[in-house]
Design a protein around this ligand. Sequence first.
Ligand code: GLU
Length: 623
Amino acid sequence: MQPLLSSTRRIPTFRWICHSCRGFTKEAKPREYTSLSSASHALRNEGPARTRFAPSPTGYLHLGSLRTALFNYLVAKATGGQFLLRIEDTDQKRTIPDAEARLFEDLEWAGIEWDEGPKIGGPFGPYNQSQRTALYREHAEKLLESGNAYRCFCTPERLFALAQHRAKLGLPPDYDRACTHVPREESDDRASKGESHVIRLKVPDKYPVYNDLVYGLVRQRGDFTSIPRSQGKGLGAFGSYDDPILLKSDGFPTYHLANVVDDHLMEITHVIRGSEWMSSTPKHLAMYQAFGWEPPAFAHVGLLLDKNKQKLSKRTGSIDISSYRELGIFPETLTNFVALLGWSHNVGRDIMSMKDLIRNASMKYTRGDSIVGFEKLDFLQKRHAARYASMPEESDNFLHSLRHLAVKPIVKLLDERLTKQDLPVYSTYPAGEAREDFISSILHIDAQNYTNPSDYIERNTHFFIAPTLSEISVSIPSFKLHKVPAGIPYVPEPETMMLFQGIVEITDDDWRSEVIRDRISWIIKQGAEFSLAALNEERGSEAIGMTEELDKVMSKAWTKLVHGYLRWAVAAGKPGPDGAEMMSILGRRETVSRLQLAEGLMMRQFTKEKAGEEGQEETANWV
Ligand code: GLU
């Protein structure tokens, strides 16, 4: 077992020197990163970084905390350093029982793997603060010894009265340092007799100035307002100081003590955290100073806000990461999405896999808060789906493959639906791999439209269920040629219908998208020639001047007609993937049966129309 406080600490590879000077002090030359931004170069020039994500298990991982974890992870990975996970579980009262397990699960799902931390251990463990309490007590004692901390025996009642009194004066609820007047021997004696007390840091008159990597030089004045004795009347008579509690009366450390001690002992070089912690940083720096330690570099990143500039709430998308997973969002979509919130890059495109994020990592975080627009999430999801579809399915990349991330969830959902709904086409495939292959083939022609399993099933419903007669009856296409000059003869419907036989005639062996596509082109060509010939016959080519232009117009019009008809027949006119690809996947039998149903309906329609026209003619003659 590793001793908690090792006397043979490694010399940190990092010293706190002026950030902009760091690049020049490293001997190691960076590898070649020719196309990287200067910010990415600068980060790599600093050498290996040790970063950490230090969540408290008082809630689950949400967008903001995922981003913090990711930023830290990327900096460690980009520089060849280590990323640590530390569980800050000293506030036992607020700990949620399953929060820790869920954190692990969500981080692992997101692809943010820690090099040291719970489950895997590491040279600076344990990584749960609740298992390091002796260490914090030891360090609080050190500060007592050096006079940088003191015991405070004030009762909760006194502190409450003091806070109330200060509130009346419009002042923050700071402490009046009454207990700094307790002599050291008396303090030791009272403590040894078991008198309840806390240990407070005695903050310096002036907090150290620090160089925030995002905000630049930060100065914070200690707000040590003296309250005139006349007003104080005992309470607050010593002035006010924001001396934070380091060790609570139950012997447990507060966040401030445990966080600083651990960042130092774990040799953290960069602390990247939310700007809500910025007000704690001067206190932390005061502690580093009191201990005589080099502090890490700090980078505070802004909050995530909704469109109304309010902090993201559950209602506006700050849902647990597991909810995104359940919605079918890919891990790389989500990491890509959060990475873009408050980070500027000049990669030239926003779609980035985890590898791309690592490659392009920099600490060019934007100042101020970021507004989260969720439309981007759908956009990124579609782009990542298309990216996966274009990659070979390799077994080592299974977790980030379309099969794992989209095919399997779609099959699961369809199988569930099968218990309530008839899906005749889908159920012709035996359960298991055959169904997966079927879905995979659909995804490979239409991945760029994938958002989540249920929307995708809805979009592609006619791959699973044939359009019904009543469905297609409501939108029978009219065989009109679009955007052709007036006077072009109408399309002779029954003859046109004959052209579609060209598809029915393709044999089973030839039933492939290329062959179907060729046949569709042939139909278009035949149709266009047919119209041109009819036009020629009617008016004579010279009369209207047959031109190449007319050829083009005609073939465009026929393209629209033929594709429109086929989409109507095969998918009830719903938008979806390319028609030839769709027919190829559906198979010859299924396609032909749809074409026949549609043809029957069309022919009945023509007969009806004809009867109507003849009726009209007769009426006209009679009139
Ligand atoms: N435990 C703190 C949190 O829950 C850590 C803050 C920090 O990174 O210092 O976010």
